[in-house]
Design a protein around this ligand. Structure first.
Ligand SMILES: [Zn+2]
Ligand SMILES: [Zn+2]
Ligand SMILES: [Zn+2]
Length: 146
């Protein structure tokens, strides 16, 4: 897991960066008590570098919701398919966790596979998130406007 605090990462366009205290200058939160901002974590499924603080419950990615974010407890697992010993990259209903090749087969819903769902989330990322290559605001109030 990388712990660079100023590595490029995707952040929500509507991230609020506040001027008080020492929040992360990308996502604006004080998540995790990192004095210089969040380390970057890259989702194992959608490959999106993001603030480690984006992690959702159960260690999943804030962008694709299903991918596992290294650095969170529960994100280091094996694939749930019988006989498969690969590292899991995403959560899947019923199977628990699936590796990259089984994500192509495991269903997320009746009509979609885990991999198809993640591709859709990436399209959403491209409209609601931006790739920040430097701290966003030093310091500013309110919303970040692209
Ligand atoms: Zn952050
Ligand atoms: Zn992801
Ligand atoms: Zn597998």
């Amino acid at each position: 897991m990388t712990t660079l605090v100023h590595a490029p990462r995707w952040v929500r366009r509507d991230a609020r960066i506040y001027s008080y205290g020492m929040p992360c200058s990308y996502c604006g939160t004080h998540w995790g008590g990192y004095p210089n901002g969040c380390p970057v974590a890259t989702c194992l499924a959608c490959d999106t570098p993001q603030c480690l603080g984006n992690g959702l419950g159960r260690g999943t990615c804030g962008v694709c919701y299903l991918g596992l974010l290294p650095g969170w407890s529960g994100s280091n697992r094996g694939c749930g398919y019988k006989g498969c010993h690969d590292r899991a990259i995403a959560m899947a209903p019923r199977m628990g966790h699936v590796c990259a090749s089984h994500a192509l087969r495991a269903k997320h819903s009746r009509t979609e596979t885990v991999a198809e769902y993640i591709v859709q989330r990436l399209a959403e990322r491209d409209s609601a998130w931006i790739l920040a290559t430097a701290p966003l605001a030093q310091p500013t109030y309110g919303y970040v406007t692209r």
